[in-house]
Design a protein around this ligand. Structure first.
Ligand SMILES: [Zn+2]
Length: 390
């Protein structure tokens, strides 16, 4: 049976619907955890194709799960659909959601014959809330054998690592006073924040390559003639491996404590976003996806690159074999820019999302019909776990 030709025919039959979905979500951007319209549109499409859908899972209103089929292997296709403040879909997540739903629609008529289960997860707030971390912690990947998605980019790339990330907010508390009349009565909370920045900068000399620490002052006082009683800073701390990052984050927290001590302020901190783990792509699965891209006449495919950003897909890759490949939606594009937002609703963007849907669906069919591939994917994951890479 030529599954792949049939899958492509099915995706092409749904092409107009999928493109309209990508445009509607792209032109009506919703921020993380507020993606009500996008989640409704994607789940409706799955329901119409026969998937059993639950909207609102793991305590997240805009997360969803759709399943079709029975037993193992159980392959998960992941949707993202959150946008960025002011920039809209400048990371092209509208195309991600539609590609995974498109793959599911392409597979739907054949699931019974292919065997196994297709699970589509709606994973909200990739940019700001790490929805996948919540899903992983809720155990939703416990019965999953592999997880896949694609991400729009300026290049075609099968495997990229990503940095593990911790997100901390530091609140320094001092004491207000007239800055000229009686400064001796005040304690300057902004000095605590400035000492934190200086301490972090001193730390940089002793950090391993690839570490990134970048912060902002989100509150630094209200008037120049009042000693600031409260000042707040937010930091992202990143490193190529979670194990390395945990040690560095501990040092940054020590710096915060020191900053409070030398300025006489009090400091408290919290994680303003869930931290994410570094991405470890499954080579066997990524190469299978690459072969399918070639079959779809995609050219200029790079195999591997080290990534500097972070994604909650990293946490998924820790618990199941996972891939997060990239497809170009335009040369020279930089994500999180107005140009990228434009490309995410362009013809090239829509085409990338359809191609991704086909390649994802082909790869699912490969796993379901090729026991050797399935075994290779599982064994690679087990090997990485044994050697503590995961
Ligand atoms: Zn993104």
């Amino acid at each position: 049976m030529n599954w792949k030709a049939q899958i492509s025919a099915e995706i092409n039959a749904n092409r107009a619907t999928l493109e309209q979905l990508a445009l509607t979500i792209g032109e009506n951007p919703e921020l993380g955890f507020e993606e009500v319209r996008a989640a409704n549109l994607l789940t409706s499409a799955l329901q119409e194709a026969g998937f059993e859908v639950t909207l609102g899972i793991a305590g997240l209103d805009t997360a969803f799960c759709g399943t079709l089929g029975q037993g193992r292997p159980n392959i998960a296709l992941l949707c993202e659909y959150d946008a960025l403040p002011e920039l809209g879909h400048a990371c092209g997540h509208n195309l991600i959601g539609v590609a995974s739903v498109g793959a599911a629609l392409g597979l739907a008529p054949f699931v019974g014959k292919l065997g196994g289960t297709i699970t589509v997860f709606g994973t909200p707030a990739e940019e700001t809330g790490s929805g996948k971390v919540v899903l992983v912690r809720a155990g939703l990947f416990d019965q999953v054998d592999a997880a896949m998605m694609f991400h729009p980019s300026s290049q075609n790339l099968l495997m990229a690592t990503s940095n593990a990330l911790d997100a901390y907010e530091f609140e320094f508390i001092g004491k207000a006073a007239h800055a000229a009349d009686c400064p001796e009565e005040g304690i300057n909370a902004l000095d605590g924040v400035i000492a934190l920045f200086n301490g972090v900068n001193a730390l940089r000399e002793h950090l391993p390559d690839g570490v990134r620490i970048h912060g902002i002052i989100s509150q630094g006082g209200t008037a120049a003639n009042v000693v600031p009683a409260r000042a707040v800073a937010r930091f992202y701390i990143r490193a190529p491996r979670r194990e390395v990052l945990s040690g560095i984050t501990a040092k940054v927290l020590n710096v915060a404590q020191g900053a409070a001590m030398i300025t006489g302020t009090q400091v408290e901190w919290n994680e303003f976003e869930l931290g994410t783990d570094n991405m470890v792509p499954n080579h066997s699965l990524a190469l299978a996806f690459g072969a399918n891209l070639q079959r779809l006449n995609v050219i200029n495919i790079e195999e591997f690159a080290e990534g500097r950003g972070s994604s909650d897909m990293g946490n998924v890759s820790r618990v199941v074999p996972a891939i997060h490949p990239y497809l170009s939606i335009g040369d020279g594009l930089v994500s999180h820019t107005p140009e990228f937002a434009k490309a995410s609703v362009s013809q090239e963007g829509l085409q990338a999302s359809i191609t991704a849907a086909e390649a994802l669906a082909y790869t699912v069919a490969d796993i379901l019909t090729d026991p050797l591939l399935f075994k290779a994917v599982q064994e690679e994951h087990a090997r990485l776990k044994e050697s503590s890479v995961l």
